[in-house]
Unconditional design. Structure first.
Length: 91
């Protein structure tokens, strides 16, 4: 998205944020309230290309390895398997 459109979208979001929303005792009230509180962070995440997804993927694989390799006799083998996981994952 071009920068001018992004800035325009941000301004529109801020204007809509100030709209008077009438709570209706529905689950949507919670969603809208949360969005209003975190609008700055949501817009930042849309602008940035950074993600913690690759790190979360490595963490998931290491946790799965811990479950599979319960009670390894030699912890060096466990650490070697973790290094294999990390080296195969391109960050």
């Amino acid at each position: 998205m071009p920068m001018k459109q992004l800035t325009k979208s941000k301004k529109q979001l801020n204007q809509k944020k100030s709209d008077n929303y009438q709570k209706q005792q529905s689950p949507m009230d919670t969603s809208i309230t949360t969005l209003k509180k975190n609008l700055k962070y949501v817009s930042n995440s849309c602008e940035s290309s950074l993600s913690n997804g690759p790190i979360e993927g490595i963490n998931r694989k290491v946790k799965a390895l811990k479950r599979i390799c319960y009670r390894f006799k030699n912890m060096d083998h466990f650490y070697a398997r973790i290094l294999l996981i990390v080296k195969n994952k391109v960050l």
